[in-house]
Design a protein around this ligand. Structure first.
Ligand code: AMP
Length: 492
């Protein structure tokens, strides 16, 4: 007994040593392949940051089956939310007179630098840039406004009667630190109005945002608004702000001190207790507005009151892009614990068209983060999109029947009836089980005999009765029966 114990111990020890060696070898191999992968991938994809490539690249020639960090698949299970979002956005945009525009995901890098500003987080550290084969420096769009303005000028929309209302939706890319609700590929939906500087448009755009959220079933909507004046009027304010922050420099954490000279307004956006304490005493843009901007803001607030939109004035709201002028706003919701989640934001960009070389054209817009909208819809258990259910199922048995059912399927579909099939599913039993799972009203069956006779069995799934008819008459017969079933269901 004792001897056996010893042997077992020995074997276990040996096993452990073998395991360790295998692990060590695997580690070594992995290290080598990581290096190779990094080299190969960096050569091929010349994005501004290459660190994630190592983690997710090929290992030993095998593709690692993972999305790149910060990117994700939108699986079938989530599509009903996306479909609902698309439906609501399409409906509302048409209702408010917006035309859809789709712009490329890739633009010249200079477009974004000029619009968003060199000293912003987006341009400094979040822009995905690379050189095209032509040598052009291009970038994945980090937002939609710059492209909308480019398209507005490029396609001569300047000469069309104003206002011009454009709606856009699609993926955007920011090399941000991924986290909860923060992705590197995310999706935005944007509404822009060109050619009007009346504050009523600012109020209307906020009303649209509110209406969309309500239609999606999202509640507890909060608006924060502010006015940051024109680029000209801001010059004086920026001088004062810089002077203030310089006087408090020692109280600001080291890593934010550079912002005093590069982009002092962005310090308001930093979520750091020390920064926030310093910001509390800082001069506010709203107190240094030029006369027109002040009037504009006053009018906006009156319109918002008229619309009974609930808002708070946030004098520290600045937004992270340089092109904003006058009105800026953010939309968020509060959850059951009081935590706020930002769903979107926007404002005026009255000087951007001119900055791009177009005629001076006032403009206002806002963008929703769709991924965040979906998280919120899930949280409040909002309604998802419901596909129309098929009312007819077509089953078949045998290869001749399968062939014949193809044409019948097309005929029924062309007559406007939603029909389902499962050509790939083997037995008739399995097909009928699927039909009843779908909850159809009629099941059509073409078996081996029916295929030879050119007939179809029509089974009424509600009464359980069935009838054999000629294939030619099938579509008319199905239509008539569906009508009768609808009447019967209504009467019940
Ligand atoms: P912004 O263009 O930064 O004002 O963002 C507009 C909206 O896009 C935000 O309110 C968020 O809903 C959404 N958003 C911004 N950044 C991200 C991100 N990294 N991941 C997911 N959604 C984002």
């Amino acid at each position: 007994m004792a001897r056996r114990k010893k042997t077992t111990k020995k074997v276990t020890k040996k096993k452990k040593v073998v395991k360790k060696t295998i692990k060590k070898r695997a580690k070594r191999k992995k290290g080598v392949s990581k290096k190779i992968t990094k080299k190969v991938l960096e050569k091929n994809i010349n994005f501004s940051k290459g660190d994630d490539v190592v983690q997710y690249g090929a290992i030993n020639g095998q593709i690692a089956l993972q999305t790149v960090r910060g990117m994700r698949d939108i699986l079938p299970g989530d599509q009903a939310y996306w479909q609902q979002i698309r439906k609501i956005f399409e409906k509302r945009s048409v209702e408010y007179g917006f035309s859809r525009i789709d712009t490329p995901v890739i633009e010249l890098e200079s477009l974004f630098i000029k619009a968003i500003g060199e000293n912003t987080d987006i341009i400094n550290s979040e822009l995905y840039t690379f050189s095209a084969k032509s040598g052009d420096k291009v970038a994945l769009r980090p937002e939609l406004t710059a492209s909308a303005v480019r398209a507005y000028i490029q396609h001569g929309m300047t000469i069309l009667p104003k206002p011009i209302k454009l709606f856009s939706m699609g993926p955007v890319y920011r090399y941000d630190k991924p986290g909860e609700g923060r992705y590197r590929e995310f999706h935005q939906a944007e509404f822009n109005i060109f050619g009007e500087d009346d504050a009523i448009l600012d109020a209307q755009i906020m009303q649209i945002a509110h209406r969309v959220l309500k239609s999606l079933g999202i509640k507890n909507i909060q608006f924060r608004v502010n006015s940051i004046g024109t680029i000209e009027s801001r010059k004086e304010y920026l001088k004062l702000l810089k002077a203030y922050f310089r006087s408090k420099k020692s109280k600001l954490p080291l890593k934010y001190r550079d912002m005093i000279d590069t982009n002092p307004m962005r310090i308001f956006d930093v979520k750091d207790d020390k920064c926030m304490q310093v910001c509390a005493g800082a001069p506010q843009a709203i107190d240094y507005l030029d006369k027109e901007s002040r009037e504009h803001f006053k009018n906006l607030l009156e319109y918002l009151d008229e619309l009974e939109l609930i808002y708070t004035i946030d004098p520290h709201l600045v937004r992270g892009l340089d092109y904003y002028t006058r009105t800026v706003f953010e939309i968020s919701v509060a959850d059951e614990h009081g935590a706020k989640h930002s769903l979107g934001g926007g404002g005026r960009f009255d000087e951007l068209v001119e900055l791009f070389g177009g005629e001076p054209t006032p403009a206002i817009g806002f963008a929703f983060g769709i991924d965040r909208l979906i998280t919120e819809m899930k949280r409040v258990k909002a309604k998802k999109y419901k596909e129309s259910q098929p009312r007819v199922f077509l089953a078949q048995l045998g290869s001749l029947a399968k062939k014949k059912s193809l044409q019948l399927f097309a005929d029924i579909e062309q007559s406007g009836i939603l029909v389902a099939e499962s050509f790939g599913r083997g037995t008739l039993k399995a097909q009928l089980r699927y039909a009843s799972k779908l909850g159809v009203d009629l099941t059509l069956i073409i078996g081996q005999q029916e295929a030879l006779d050119d007939t179809v069995i029509v089974k009424n799934m509600i009464t359980g009765t069935q009838e054999t008819i000629t294939k030619k008459k099938a579509v008319a017969f199905v239509k008539k029966n569906l009508k009768e079933i609808s009447k019967l269901v209504k009467r019940k």
